[in-house]
Design a protein around this ligand. Structure first.
Ligand code: NAD
Length: 315
């Protein structure tokens, strides 16, 4: 299969490099100049696993304006606030028969992708795996090969032949894909997870394990999960987990699977970049308000993260 990754940062590289390893043809498109120039200069991207076994992987990398390839499927991995701009810069090479697949965090991307791709060509999901871009041309895949899982669903909730082929390729590349037929429920499960762990770990500059070890963590998580579910249920989302299962998942991932990990939102704050909080906690607030429900803790946390971003700019 032919893939083109659009947004070739941490996760774009992880998906692209592993799909390339599994025998697919993969191109990489990225707008960040220092990153593209570095990969061209060194003849690829340096890939390590858990800070070890660093090696150079050759990649074909392009700026949006110069790209002319014709893949079967695009894989979008920008940050939410970058997507509209990147899509506009890439629009010249999109074709009506091509698929768009993404596992970006947060919500806001679906509407933007639908401006360029037909509903039956859109597949989105969630990736439960951690990856760090150490700097231009240098990425660290956290966890062993085959670690982590992912969920995906068609926007139409009707998997076609291409979707099954995509799942087979993701499986070969050891992403452990789970295909569902509940689009919003699948995506919102990760939004709710991130609204607890990403946001709190970012604000208090702590690992997921440090958060989960705090004696009040369950009470805090439960309050955020309850408000998030109250907003989602009012908007008609059929959640894939019960509230208790969502809390169990926060605890399992934070205590057992990734206790030493700083979530990606923390990494953005640390690198003086804007966070995706408006597309995570902020999205839940907007969803609730459509139905006259106030997700107060999420609204407060969204403001707190913006305050922390402002403080960080002063450093
Ligand atoms: P990323 O920041 O590594 O890359 C996204 C884009 O930003 C790329 O185009 C990259 O080149 C560019 N970029 C990176 N650093 C930059 C800088 N300092 N200045 C300007 N541009 C820069 O993002 P990511 O971690 O790959 O995340 C992509 C999406 O996947 C997000 O929605 C994220 O929340 C989600 N996600 C991330 C992880 C993770 O562990 N990293 C896991 C699951 C989902």
């Amino acid at each position: 299969m032919k893939f083109t990754v659009v947004g070739s940062g941490a996760m774009g590289l992880r998906y692209g490099v592993l799909l390339q390893d599994a025998g697919n043809e993969v191109d990489f498109v990225d707008p960040w100049e220092p990153h593209v120039e570095k990969m061209r200069e060194q003849g690829g991207v340096y890939v390590s696993r858990d800070h070890e076994a660093k090696h150079l992987v050759p990649v074909n990398v392009f700026y949006p304006e110069e790209y002319q390839g014709e893949p079967d499927c695009y894989i979008f991995f920008t940050k939410q606030m970058q997507l509209a701009d990147v899509l506009a810069r890439c629009a010249h090479f999109f074709k009506p028969n091509q698929y768009a697949f993404t596992c970006m965090n947060g919500m806001g991307h679906v509407e933007k992708l639908l401006q360029y791709f037909k509903p039956e060509k859109l597949i989105a999901g969630t990736a439960l795996v951690a990856t760090v871009l150490n700097g231009p041309g240098d990425v660290d895949f956290i966890g062993a090969r085959g670690a982590g899982t992912m969920n995906l669903a068609n926007y139409t909730e009707k998997p076609d032949e291409f979707t099954h082929q995509l799942v087979a390729e993701l499986d070969k590349a050891q992403f452990n894909p789970n295909l569902t037929t509940n689009f919003r429920g699948t995506l919102m499960a990760k939004v709710v997870f991130n609204s607890v762990v990403n946001t709190l770990c970012t604000m208090f500059e702590m690992t997921m394990g440090e958060y989960a070890a705090y004696e009040g963590a369950d009470e805090m998580s439960r309050q955020l999960i309850d408000e998030a579910y109250d907003a989602c249920e009012r908007d008609g989302v059929k959640m894939i987990n019960s509230r208790q299962e969502e809390l169990d998942s926060v605890n399992y991932v934070s205590k057992v699977a990734n206790p030493l990990h700083y979530p990606s939102m923390y990494q953005d704050m640390h690198n003086y970049r804007r966070t995706e909080v408006d597309y995570i906690n902020g999205y839940l607030v907007k969803m609730g308000r459509k139905h006259g429900y106030e997700a107060k803790t999420h609204a407060f946390l969204t403001h707190e993260v913006h305050l922390a971003e402002l403080q960080k700019q002063k450093e």
